[in-house]
Design a protein. Structure first.
Ligand code: SF4
Ligand code: SF4
Length: 238
């Protein structure tokens, strides 16, 4: 097994461990409001991770993203996520609305921590319901195309360490696009060699399946002189 496949397998195992967190929070959050605080906790981790690694947290550490990848994907038609789902106007409008709603609801009883917990829990219920609904009819990661925290991470660090595509090695089989959880148009970037998609969640699934070893990320450990770690099988960093 190559290093890259091992990394991808480890990520999937971590996701299996994280997915129950969102299920438990949704099921028990009303009675145990402390569970609602997983929402700001994940937001905080996303914010810190977003500064240097863009949407890495979306792809590796978000319990809801893990649930979408590992569970919802089995029931989803996996259609291409419509481009307009990623439109900046939609995304930033939703960001302002949801963050504003959280602040207004919390201000209604600012001294009671259980109220805070229930506000976060309710936000998690509503947004997950939208995500699951879209997952059944469009794609399991549809929600992630306009999730406010994803939007923030994308804006903060989505342009750092873009994935690269080696035009000479790519045979345009499009296996990478089939496994991409964000349904990004990876091959359309072949000519310029840089997959400058700030919504990449850095899962490395595309790198692991590429038969031509055409995908890599600059700055990976042990990259060869031409910028690609062929000895290890893939430049699988995030
Ligand atoms: S999987 Fe690799 S070879 Fe196939 S289209 Fe994607 S980058 Fe090109
Ligand atoms: S482009 Fe590759 S690394 Fe980025 S989200 Fe898609 S499959 Fe994952």
């Amino acid at each position: 097994m190559t290093d890259c496949k091992r990394i991808v397998r480890r990520r999937r195992m971590v996701q299996w461990a994280l997915a129950p967190i969102v299920v438990g929070t949704l099921a028990l959050g009303w009675w145990y409001p402390i569970l609602g605080f997983t929402v700001p906790l994940v937001m905080g981790v996303g914010l810190i991770g977003g500064l240097t690694r863009g949407r890495y947290v979306c792809g590796h550490l978000c319990p809801r993203g893990s649930f979408f990848d590992r569970v919802l994907s089995r029931f989803s038609p996996g259609r291409t996520i419509p481009v307009w789902f990623r439109s900046p106007v939609l995304r930033w409008t939703l960001f302002v609305l949801l963050m504003g709603l959280i602040l207004v609801r919390i201000s209604q009883n600012v001294s009671l921590w259980t109220h805070w917990g229930r506000v976060f829990w309710m936000m998690c219920v509503v947004t997950t319901a939208v995500g699951v609904g879209l997952g059944f009819f469009v794609h399991y990661r549809s929600w992630c195309a306009f999730c406010p925290m994803g939007t923030l991470q994308s804006a903060l660090g989505g342009r750092k360490r873009h994935l690269r595509i080696d035009a000479e090695r790519c045979i345009e089989c499009r296996r990478c696009e089939k496994v991409c959880p964000m349904t990004l148009p990876i091959v359309s970037h072949k000519a310029k060699g840089v997959v400058d998609e700030p919504d990449c969640v850095r899962c490395s699934e595309c790198v692991a399946v590429c038969p031509g070893q055409a995908l890599f990320r600059p700055g990976d450990a042990a990259v060869s002189a031409d910028g690609y770690n062929r000895a290890a099988g893939a430049g699988c960093g995030s």
